[in-house]
Design a protein around this ligand. Structure first.
Ligand SMILES: [Zn+2]
Length: 109
């Protein structure tokens, strides 16, 4: 009788450990993902870039840890999630000079 009780208790403890293990695994995965993302993300001109992708909304990432792709409006980057607009548009991949409306003014006005 005592032995049966003991076995039941052991079973319960094993189940608890399994559940705890799952939670810990999930937490480790989350941390690894966050760390990986932080390494990949670059903060340039007020917005985030991830390797060749982007830009992503700085506000959404910092406040909600969400990567929201910014929409390419004619003179700014726009976030459809938080409605933030970034007027520091400058694409480091684009050397065509089409985005001269930043701080750089070739005529000196
Ligand atoms: Zn946003």
């Amino acid at each position: 009788m005592e032995l049966q009780k003991f076995l039941l208790q052991l079973q319960q403890e094993a189940l608890d450990l399994q559940a705890e293990n799952m939670v810990l695994k999930t937490q480790i995965q989350d941390l690894e993902n966050t760390q990986k993302l932080q390494k990949e993300l670059a903060f340039k001109n007020g917005v985030y870039w991830k390797n060749d992708e982007g830009p992503f909304c700085q506000r959404c990432h910092d406040a909600d840890e969400k990567l929201i792709r910014l929409q390419d409006w004619h003179d700014c980057w726009h976030c459809t999630n938080c409605k933030q607009s970034y007027y520091t548009k400058q694409n480091p991949k684009d050397n065509s000079g089409n985005y001269a409306e930043t701080d750089y003014d070739p005529l000196g006005y």
